[in-house]
Design a binder for this molecule. Structure first.
Ligand code: PLP
Length: 454
């Protein structure tokens, strides 16, 4: 029998998250305070203290609280699949595995951190959380997390998506959250932006500023972010830790790991538990390929510099590959990949040459998604369709070279709420976008001025 699925028993689910900060060859650059521009911690009233500690911790293993494990077990461990039908269709000697996070209740990897953050907020006495969301994937995951721990949630949702994509808003409301279009009249920054431009379509940077302002103005409320920061990447490592056990069951070890990066959390959650073998010299030739859209190419086109995480400059300044915090993306369908910056941990590893990056156009990305649907049957979210494009390219290279490499895909979620995008692709209406070089230069004129020597 040819095995295609590797199940991990619930009793074998990992009990600890893996913290890469214990094993980095060089420490991460500091965070800078948005006002003083001095090295700082995360602003204390914003996040629960436990998250703040994890952000800077150098402890290698951090125990997953029992209450969080209990909720994880409502959908975890997730399955590792061997994509034998895709391999056959490509006639490749490569072995292709994918770890599928689409079976969580929200349909993606995002609940892995949403549940943890809601738990820590509740434990510290909060009644309420705020957050931003683009297409609604993060907002829906945190709505579910807050539901499990009895917290209220207010979600500031980028206005274009709020108007165009009602289904994820309905998910949020069904789980009990309050979702408003951003810019909104509920915050000072929202009112200011609306006064200047009543038709503002909104952006993730604006929505982050609104959610932060709301949380700073109330002492029963913590802010929550779904990607980019160190503690979110940490919570996602449950994915890679499970996969390590499952690849062992399959008697396999990845030569190439592929994943899409928006803020970087799902892919980091898969590859951080493996990259320690590359750093330690156990598997020095392992390739880790980060895939981003041509329309938001922070690693492949942005400079490595200091920038704000949000439009109002309320969040700390971080060192990252960035398109500038004033970046307004083209309307590509991979809503989760449109952030202007990138997780500092991924940027640091890229700078050190430990991971590679590639940018892809959306038409070939959807072509790969349809190929996957017509072989493995799964309708993939537009974000991980980027992984599929690069995986197919690598598997075809293996065919040409007659090499049997093992490729592992970080498959972050299903595309059941993205069928309009598939419809556009299938009817030939989809367009490719590339972010123009001169726009990168323009936006960089607005970077914060940071004292030299940091
Ligand atoms: C949000 C999202 C992403 C992008 O976010 P990361 O933090 O880079 O993982 C990727 N895939 C899916 C399915 C998402 O919902």
């Amino acid at each position: 029998m040819e095995r295609t699925m590797y199940f991990l028993d619930q009793k074998d689910m990992p009990t600890h998250w893996y913290n890469i900060q214990a094993d980095l060859p060089e420490p991460l650059p500091p965070l800078l305070h948005p006002g003083t521009k001095e090295p700082t911690r995360l602003p204390p009233p914003l996040f629960p203290e436990a998250c703040n500690e994890q952000e800077f911790s150098k402890e290698r293993w951090i125990e997953i609280p029992e209450e969080v494990q209990e909720i994880y077990r409502t959908w975890r461990p997730t399955v590792l699949h061997r994509a034998r039908r895709l391999e056959k269709a490509l006639d490749t000697p490569a072995k292709i595995f994918f770890k599928y996070e689409g079976t969580s209740q929200a349909g993606s990897h995002k609940p892995n951190t949403a549940v943890a953050q809601a738990y820590y907020a509740k434990k510290q006495g909060a009644k309420r959380m705020t957050t931003e969301t683009g297409a609604g994937q993060w907002g829906s995951a945190l709505s579910m997390g807050c539901m499990f721990f009895g917290l209220e949630l207010k979600v500031y949702m980028v206005k274009v998506s709020y108007n165009q994509k009602p289904y994820r808003r309905i998910l949020m409301e069904t789980w009990g959250a309050n979702c408003v279009p951003s810019p909104s009249t509920d915050t000072e920054i929202g009112r200011k932006i609306l006064a200047e431009n009543p038709d503002s379509p909104g952006s993730l940077g604006i929505a982050i500023s609104e959610a932060i302002e709301d949380a700073l103005n109330r002492d029963d409320t913590f802010y929550s972010i779904g990607s980019v920061v160190n503690h979110v990447l940490l919570h996602q490592t449950i994915v890679g830790e499970e996969t390590r056990k499952q690849m062992e069951m399959a008697d396999a070890y990845p030569d190439i790991i592929v994943g899409c990066i928006g803020g970087g959390s799902n892919f980091a959650g898969q590859f951080l538990p493996w990259i320690r073998d590359k750093i330690s010299g156990k598997k020095p030739d392992m390739r880790i390929i980060c895939v981003e859209p041509m329309a938001a190419p922070s690693l492949t086109k942005g400079p490595y510099t200091w920038d704000y995480g949000d439009i109002a400059g309320l969040a700390p300044i971080v060192k990252m590959y960035t398109l500038g915090h004033t970046f307004i993306p083209s309307p590509i369908h991979a809503g989760g990949l449109r952030y202007h910056g990138m997780a500092p941990i991924i940027c640091h590893l890229y700078k050190l040459g430990l991971v590679e990056a590639r940018a892809e156009y959306q038409i070939p990305v959807f072509e790969a998604g349809v190929k996957f649907a017509r072989t493995e049957g799964i309708i993939t979210a537009p974000e991980p369709c980027h992984d599929l494009k690069v995986t197919i390219d690598e598997a075809l290279k293996c065919r040409e070279a007659g090499e049997s490499k093992t490729i592992l895909i970080a498959h972050s979620g299903h595309g059941h709420f993205d069928l309009a995008a598939y419809d556009e692709y299938l009817s030939g209406k989809l367009k490719d976008y590339e972010y123009p070089e001169e726009k990168v230069r323009e936006a960089l004129a607005e970077l914060p001025k940071v004292p030299s020597g940091i």
